[in-house]
Design a protein around this ligand. Sequence first.
Ligand SMILES: NC(=O)c1ccc[n+]([C@@H]2O[C@H](COP(=O)([O-])OP(=O)(O)OC[C@H]3O[C@@H](n4cnc5c(N)ncnc54)[C@H](O)[C@@H]3O)[C@@H](O)[C@H]2O)c1
Length: 327
Amino acid sequence: MERVLRNSRVLVTGGAGFIGSNLVESLLNDGNQVVCLDNFSTGKRENLKGFAGNPAFQLIEGDIRNYADCEKAAANIDVVFHQAALGSVPRSIKDPVTSTDVNIGGFVKMLFAAKEAGVKRFIYAASSSTYGDHPDLPKVEDKIGSPLSPYAITKYVDELFASNFAAGYGIDVVGLRYFNVFGRRQDPDGAYAAVIPKFVKMLMKHEIPLINGDGSVSRDFTYIDNVVQANQLAATVSQKEALNQVYNVAHGERTTLNQLFSTIRSLAGKYDKEILSIEPVYGPAREGDIAHSLASIEKARRLLGYSPKLNVAEGLEEAVNWFRNNL
Ligand SMILES: NC(=O)c1ccc[n+]([C@@H]2O[C@H](COP(=O)([O-])OP(=O)(O)OC[C@H]3O[C@@H](n4cnc5c(N)ncnc54)[C@H](O)[C@@H]3O)[C@@H](O)[C@H]2O)c1
């Protein structure tokens, strides 16, 4: 059986968001007391509706940029799962000030409040964007290039702070560099929506998706359950050498945007044949984007025991089904 955290008091920041709400669900199912800190800037109340009324769940509506909110949320917590941040490379190019305030300022406040409260372990959402312009594929944790966006800078700076806090204050930290996560409860709407929920929703409405560039850009798309597994393993790993590290969290499989589009179209087309004839349109490539991304997951396998369960095709099938029933 997989290692999971049980009977602990945990804090999930950004718990009303896509990844955070999936973590909250899993941690509650395993018998933990879960506090969620969120300001609902991109998260949604409906993502929490399954937990409302659960006595093991507590919502603190607050902001990680406010130290008092961080202090309140960190009180009596064993493990923090820090997910709150402003995602999206384009958002950070448009408004680097707010992304920096939240992703660095808020990160340090939450980390310091956790350390002051005596939290044992701080697990945080890092990002594959940290690899920047490094050309190697697959990406290996200790070989990073120059960051290509303000977002990537913020996520790298967080890693530096985490490692400094581990060395200086002795708090255990684990950074999980997520690679393009997808699945249930991911937001399909808005200017900064991720490609998978956006394509699914547009196809279901018979709209024509836009692919940025020629569709040859590739990513290591990672199903949400694999991300939840990595967090659970990071929370429960006991060997010292596995702590104060960063890990790639991915499937280790590369898919181009063109392949992704075709797979989603055939999955959604099973339920609505008209979808099968929709062709995408192509636009300019996006600024700040890495051309190709593929993770080595060897380090997470070796030190955490990570073993992703669903590959891209299997994850997409579950995701398309979920969106069909929930959009
Ligand atoms: N989704 C991905 O593919 C991916 C990839 C790499 C890294 N990440 C990281 O994973 C984490 C979760 O991402 P997600 O996709 O679930 O995004 P999301 O936008 O769905 O969730 C982020 C949550 O943080 C909350 N939040 C934002 N600013 C806040 C603030 N100042 N105070 C309190 N709460 C705040 C939002 O309201 C939201 O609920 C982020 O740190 C993100 O950078 C995500």
